[in-house]
Write a protein that binds this ligand. Structure first.
Ligand code: TRP
Length: 465
């Protein structure tokens, strides 16, 4: 295994290079966080779980669990400066525990591979919708026609396979070139443009005449209808949307310059990410109600509501195209974060070049992606446990693997690492540090365990609960 070199001041350096600035790091993490999770997944999961109460629990999870986990990941990553598996092994020993902590890193690498296997298929949908939009497919189309377009597309396995292949190709291409060249620039353009467009759509949504019912659906919380299963889904979504719980942020943290404030960077990312998800909900739900659609409709929600709205707008073809291009960008920058742990591990462990590692890891993920491709057509009738094979991969990764490895990462940072190490990384023992330590030691682990055990039915019902 390669060993990170040590610089003049005795600090470790990453083998893969470093971000050119604090801004580059924030953009890269924001690029990984803002993706299909915010615009595709959040609205449909919120819809399936009844809206209001789910959204509130989601927000609590983001700030009380997601953010401390994110800070833990960055600080571990920067201290170890290797791929997540090697970093956990190294710090495990260095902090007087054991190198078996590497298994937590491995769990994360595996989660990333599994998530990308379906993420890439949905990324392929966004690519296909760019072409559908340009060719004016949605101009003046009715709700039925837009819905039929979506089902006929997803029922064709070879179309999904083709788009999945393209999307995976794009991902491997950038990862092979290294992250600094090109990616930073793409994100710098992508995030502001996406925000601008979402605000434009918000204007349209407000004028749809159903803005009130959309807002009510998202923010009027009916806790009686909330099940522990929905609470787990909200927690899983918080992990998913922030990209935490699988070592991706740890891998990005390994390339972070010494002097950058971890707390500040995390806060910026969390706020941007949450803002975009809420904005997406405010755009989507009024359109759902204005067109008599069902908020619990599932993965097709954005691919039906938005084309429908664009189809009835002046300049709709242009805006639809722009929107799906930006969504493709958002998915693309997230996909890079999803493979980075596996690629960095491959480079260090098998002493491969970045390009070789990217192609090997990419091929494995490409093959796994067919499980999702077929879940929408050939084997869509085969359902078990949570639904189709795709539903189960999603459930296993978001609701089980991410919270579980997030829990272990946080326990490692807050209980195993010594106070000196963590306070050094988080810039001294001020109030921010104490808040992080309290959340990471007590609040996050207890909450994760509790929700988890409740949802799988291990903890008994309490009276009134
Ligand atoms: N946060 C991404 C999104 O919302 C998805 C994601 C989950 C991710 N885990 C990740 C991206 C790890 C990069 C790295 O779409």
């Amino acid at each position: 295994m390669l060993t990170p070199e040590t610089s003049d001041n005795g600090k470790r350096k990453s083998l893969h290079g470093h971000w050119s600035s604090r801004m580059a790091f924030i953009l890269a993490v924001t690029g990984s966080a803002v993706g299909l999770g915010n615009i595709w997944k959040f609205p449909y999961i919120a819809g399936q779980n009844g809206g209001g109460a789910f959204v509130l629990v989601y927000l609590l999870c983001v700030f009380l669990i997601g953010m401390p986990v994110m800070m833990s990941e960055i600080l571990i990553g920067r201290r170890g400066r290797r791929n997540p598996v090697a970093t956990m092994a190294l710090l495990g020993k260095e902090e007087g525990s054991s190198s078996h902590w590497k298994w937590v890193g491995s769990l994360g690498v595996l989660a990333g591979v599994l998530i990308l296997s379906y993420y890439s298929v949905i990324g392929g949908w966004t690519l296909a919708y760019v072409f559908k939009s340009v060719s004016g497919t949605f101009t003046g189309a009715s709700a039925t026609a837009v819905g039929a377009e979506f089902s006929s597309f997803t029922s064709s396995w070879w179309k999904l396979a083709l788009c999945h292949t393209f999307f995976m190709g794009l991902t491997v291409f950038v990862v092979a070139r290294g992250v600094e060249r090109g990616l930073e620039k793409a994100v710098r353009f992508m995030v502001p443009a996406l925000l601008l467009l979402m605000f434009t759509l918000l204007g349209y949504s407000i004028n749809s005449g159903h803005f009130g019912s959309g807002v009510a659906f998202m923010f009027s919380a009916d806790f009686d209808a909330l099940t522990w299963d929905s609470v787990l889904a909200a927690m899983g979504q918080a992990f998913f949307t922030l990209s935490v719980g699988m070592g991706a942020i740890m891998a990005y943290g390994a390339y972070l310059p010494e002097e950058t404030s971890i707390t500040g960077a995390s806060a910026a990312v969390v706020i941007a990410d949450t803002g975009i998800a809420i904005l997406a909900g405010l755009v989507i739900f009024p359109l759902v109600f204005a067109n008599g659609l069902d908020p619990a409709d599932g993965p097709g929600l954005v691919f039906v509501t938005l084309p429908l709205a664009f189809g009835h707008m002046t300049g709709g073809t242009f805006f639809a195209t722009l929107f799906f291009v930006l969504l493709t960008f958002a998915a693309w920058t997230s996909a890079l974060g999803l493979v980075e742990p596996a690629v960095a591990w491959c480079v260090e462990h098998f002493k491969r070049s970045r390009a070789e590692a990217a192609v090997i890891v990419g091929s494995v993920i490409w093959v796994l992606g067919f499980a999702t491709v077929f879940s929408f057509n050939a084997i869509s009738g085969v359902t078990f446990f949570r639904g189709t094979l795709f539903d189960n991969i999603d459930y296993l990764t978001s609701n089980v693997m991410l919270p579980l490895s997030g829990l272990l990462i946080t326990i490692f940072a807050a209980w195993v690492m010594c106070r000196n190490s963590t306070s050094e990384e988080l810039g001294g023992a001020g109030t921010g540090y104490r808040v992080w330590r309290f959340l990471a030691r007590f609040v996050a682990p207890v909450a994760i365990l509790f929700v988890f055990l409740k949802a799988i039915g291990v903890l008994p019902e309490m009276s009134g609960g």
